[in-house]
Unconditional design. Structure first.
Length: 349
């Protein structure tokens, strides 16, 4: 691909003690030995508790019910260690990963474009320090590349915000589709038509890429033709901003992916959330309605009903859009796409 280069990405997770196959097997066998010794020790405790051993060790019988319970617990722990170690030995290539770990276990090589802006810890540091009130909770996305209007050869100013938001979401999953890749496959229109996208298009893309756990949620909205209610696992719309922010916080606590937010006219990425005093919320926004990435990253402070109180975002007016002022959740509906990796629930060693 032109203007791009390859970077290696890890698949799965590394073993905690060692990475070679022989070392892993040795540690597993040692764990089995420990489990077996524990089980035998537990049997010893039980026998002594019931006075079934020579008099010299029957002092344990004086422990009464405590000795019996201890023996049973030790046997159980030993058998549990043996069983787990046996499964790992039998299935050495299986994986166990949390959603955040499995999220980055993508293809052997991801194509990282030279376009867009990598969002670094410095950006998130500014987000965490925005506004003086103490954070009650603070979570944000990771491994994100921000795509915005005309950041490549496609001039999508005024109509391509949702396609850019999809690209930003995909980047945290190690996916880097080009604008035209997405548009040609999911718009159903010629590029001259300047067709808009919605979270429903994003859901189709992530499903095709194998991330079928990605979820559509509606907020004070009944959906649209491109994003129908039928796409929602939970078809009941969210009706309060307090409930919405709890869902956003829960997402970032478990996943590193940005959220795609669409009010039908404007589409943004939410890349972080802070809950602060007085039930106020700060959202970190990646706004694709910009031709300069510096003006596309900003924070919005909201009250408990979703009114925008303050922001450090600025509308430069270059493209005629006043997108910053549109980030509020009081009196209009939104459609959200929560991109989520498919979680592997097997064992990793």
């Amino acid at each position: 691909m032109e203007n791009s280069y390859l970077i290696p990405t890890s698949v799965g997770t590394r073993g905690f003690f060692c990475s070679s196959k022989g070392c892993k097997q040795l540690v597993t066998l040692l764990a089995i030995a420990v489990g077996t010794i524990m089980a035998l020790g537990g049997i010893f405790f039980l026998l002594a508790s019931f006075q079934l051993l020579p008099h010299s060790v029957n002092i344990i019988s004086q422990w009464g019910i405590v000795g019996k319970i201890a023996g049973g617990l030790i046997i159980g722990a030993g058998l549990l260690i043996d069983t787990g170690s046996g499964v790992i030995l039998a299935y050495p290539h299986a994986k166990v990963t949390s959603p955040k770990l499995v999220q980055n276990a993508q293809k052997p090589h991801a194509v990282l474009p030279r376009t867009g802006l990598e969002i670094t810890e410095a950006h998130f540091k500014n987000f965490k320090s925005y506004h003086c009130k103490k954070s009650i909770a603070c979570e944000h996305a990771k491994g994100v590349r921000f795509f915005y209007y005309h950041c490549d050869e496609v001039d999508d100013t005024r109509w391509g915000c949702a396609w850019r938001a999809m690209m930003t979401c995909a980047s945290s999953l190690g996916l880097y589709p080009s604008f035209m890749d997405l548009y040609n496959k999911y718009s159903g229109q010629d590029i001259s038509a300047e067709g808009w996208a919605e979270p429903g298009n994003g859901k189709s893309y992530f499903d095709d890429e194998g991330f079928t756990e990605s979820e559509i949620r509606l907020y004070k909205s009944e959906g649209t033709a491109k994003t129908p209610k039928e796409l929602c696992k939970n078809a009941i719309p969210i009706t309060s901003f307090i409930s919405l922010r709890e869902e956003i916080l829960a997402h970032f606590m478990h996943y590193d992916t940005p959220i795609m937010a669409d009010d039908v006219s404007y589409t943004f990425n939410i890349i972080g959330i802070r809950l602060i005093e007085n039930s106020e919320t700060i959202l970190f926004i990646a706004d694709p309605h910009k031709t300069d990435p510096g003006s596309g990253l900003y924070c919005v402070r909201l009250d408990k009903e979703g009114h925008q109180i303050t922001t450090n975002g600025v509308d430069d007016g270059d493209n005629g859009l006043r997108s910053v002022q549109e980030v509020h959740f009081f009196d209009k509906g939104w459609m959200f796409l929560f991109p989520r990796p498919t979680v592997d629930t097997c064992f990793n060693f």
